[in-house]
Design a binder for this molecule. Structure first.
Ligand code: ZN
Ligand code: ZN
Length: 356
């Protein structure tokens, strides 16, 4: 049994539990997850005993190569009409609630009340949160490629080099190292700009005493990595040293407590508690982390108050950070896979606060 068909069986069980006869899948990432089809512009329909992939002539050959367990329907016009025809045979069909208003309107007009369309939230996203061994292998490869690219680019990170030059080198080395591309727009924020958690790069040159936050990742086999390191250029201030120690301790505490059964929100509190001991809890202005897989941000979210329970096979980032407005910021982001009784760090090959 192929991977996709195992996923479809799991999905069918979930549909039956929800009392649905079928599910219309519109998210390209979710379509890829259940069918293997990696193109765009398709719609999938999965019923209790059959699955269809509706695409256009442009993607017909790709679908033939990639899709095994679905009947592929090549649509010569708008696929929504075809979806409407197929789905009209059912009584209750779920539709992903990320479908656009335009899609819903058109589908409703073509089905003209023959089927109850029920918006469904996050059903495949929940399945995607727990990775199988093949997925974990792809993520390991995405981590290795990004780590290699970072370590190779890092030698050019010295005073005088600009954020732009560093980013372009990191992108080049990520691709040369075997990635399909970067997993997101790389963040390189130096000096006082490092207090902006999501800064994009500028022409600013690195200066002695700078803190440089580098947040980067690669895509391999469709799977992402997401890593952050805070580089210290030359001699930095005492306050920077304290912040690095606090963030490192918060990260260690989060890693120690990552195991099946813990609530995501409780893990966030563990990290925040350590920063509190350093008087820096108010400088921690984002969540502790998130799932990573086909998308760089997936379920679960390790945010304040989240009651998602961690499970074996989840791949997560743990990324505490502290930000001092107009001065500097420090963030370190590791990726871990949740194991039977703890977690394994995937990103341990790179020093957390390398010097330059
Ligand atoms: Zn990141
Ligand atoms: Zn992240």
């Amino acid at each position: 049994m192929g991977l996709e068909s195992a996923r479809i069986d799991q999905l069918r069980d979930l549909l039956e539990k929800k009392g649905l006869d079928a599910l219309i899948v519109v998210s390209p990432i979710n379509i890829r997850y259940v069918s293997g089809f990696s193109g765009s512009g398709a719609v999938a329909l999965i019923s209790i005993d059959k699955s269809w992939l509706l695409t256009d002539a442009l993607h017909a050959e790709q679908a033939e190569i990639e899709v095994k367990d679905f009947e592929t329907v090549v649509c010569d016009a708008n696929p929504i009409k075809y979806v409407a025809d197929l789905v009209s045979d059912f009584d209750r069909a779920g539709i992903e609630d990320t479908a656009s208003i335009g899609f819903m309107k058109e589908l409703t007009s073509h089905t003209s009340g023959k089927v109850h369309l029920i918006p469904v939230e996050g059903i495949i996203e929940e399945m995607r949160a727990v990775k199988d061994e093949d997925e974990i292998e792809s993520i390991r490869a995405a981590v290795d490629v990004a780590a290699r690219a970072f370590l190779e680019s890092y030698s050019m990170l010295r005073s005088g080099c600009s954020e732009r030059e560093f980013v372009s080198e990191l992108i080049r080395r990520t691709v040369i190292s075997g990635a399909q591309g970067t997993a997101f727009d790389i963040i390189v924020a130096s000096g006082e700009r490092s207090s902006l958690p999501h800064a994009s790069f500028t022409d600013r040159q690195f200066l002695p005493g700078d803190v440089v936050v580098v947040d980067f990742g690669a895509v391999v086999d469709g799977y992402c990595s997401d890593i952050t390191r805070t580089i210290l250029v030359g001699k930095t201030s005492k306050k920077v040293g304290e912040a690095c120690r606090a963030v490192g301790r918060a990260l260690d505490a989060a890693i120690e407590n990552t195991k099946p059964g813990i609530e995501a929100g409780a893990l966030y509190e563990v990290a925040r508690g350590v920063l509190e001991e350093h008087g820096m809890a108010d400088c921690f202005i984002h969540s502790l982390g998130h799932g990573v897989g086909l998308e760089v941000h997936e379920k679960p979210s390790l945010s304040k108050g989240s009651n998602s329970l961690l499970e074996e096979g989840m791949v997560l980032t743990l990324e505490p950070g502290v930000y001092f407005k107009g001065e500097f910021g420090v963030r370190i982001e590791e990726m871990v896979v949740v194991t039977k009784d703890g977690c394994e760090i995937l990103t341990g090959k790179i020093e957390r606060n390398p010097g330059a």
